[in-house]
Design a protein around this ligand. Structure first.
Ligand SMILES: Cc1cc2nc3c(=O)[nH]c(=O)nc-3n(C[C@H](O)[C@H](O)[C@H](O)COP(=O)(O)O)c2cc1C
Ligand SMILES: Nc1ncnc2c1ncn2[C@@H]1O[C@H](COP(=O)(O)OP(=O)(O)OP(=O)(O)O)[C@@H](O)[C@H]1O
Length: 141
């Protein structure tokens, strides 16, 4: 069972690991698509370049391979990887049914599932890239 996860993965934290471990547990091979800087328009764009984010995600234990996303069409890497299942992050803004419809339209036979959230396990644990950046700005700038 080949699984795909995707996201920005700017400054890595345990929430990312949780998502990738859950996605990997839903199959035997985990492929991760890294969002292109120019396509991250729903929040502040990543600080780190596409290749650096790809290389760090590729080094994580649950990950079989990390791929740079396509610049224009998000289904191009999906067609190439040909997964059995796409696992969305618990809070990702994508509409699951719209993705299912787009996959069906392209003749891609692939399930869509969601990972669950991960809460902090001790006081001060930071599970958000945005919060890490805010903390750096407050305490070091
Ligand atoms: C199935 C799927 C495939 C995607 N492929 C790409 C891609 O090839 N290139 C890209 O820039 N973004 C791609 N994206 C979109 C980004 O990963 C998207 O910005 C991401 O969902 C942001 O999530 P985050 O806020 O959790 O980081 C894809 C999204 C989905 C759902
Ligand atoms: N605490 C968490 N629990 C479960 N999944 C998480 C958690 N934090 C991030 N993820 C998942 O990791 C994936 C990539 O996350 P992303 O790169 O957007 O980082 P982020 O820390 O959520 O970003 P930001 O804080 O800037 O919104 C997303 O699918 C997201 O759901």
């Amino acid at each position: 069972m080949r699984v795909v996860a995707q996201g920005t993965f700017d400054l890595l934290h345990p929430g990312h690991l949780h998502y990738l471990r859950e996605a990997r547990a839903m199959g035997d091979e985990l492929h991760v698509i890294i969002a292109r800087q120019d396509n991250v328009t729903h929040k502040e764009p990543p600080l780190l370049p596409d290749r650096q984010r790809r290389d760090m995600v590729a080094a994580l234990d649950p990950v079989t391979e990390a791929h740079l996303g396509h610049t224009e069409d998000i289904f191009v890497p999906i067609e190439r990887i040909d997964p059995d299942r796409i696992v969305l992050g618990h809070d990702q803004h994508h509409d699951d049914d719209a993705i299912r419809a787009a996959l069906a339209e392209r003749g891609i036979d692939c399930e869509v599932a969601r990972a669950g959230p991960r809460e902090p396990r001790y006081e001060g644990e930071v599970l958000s890239t945005g919060t890490i950046i805010d903390r750096v700005c407050e305490e070091r700038c």
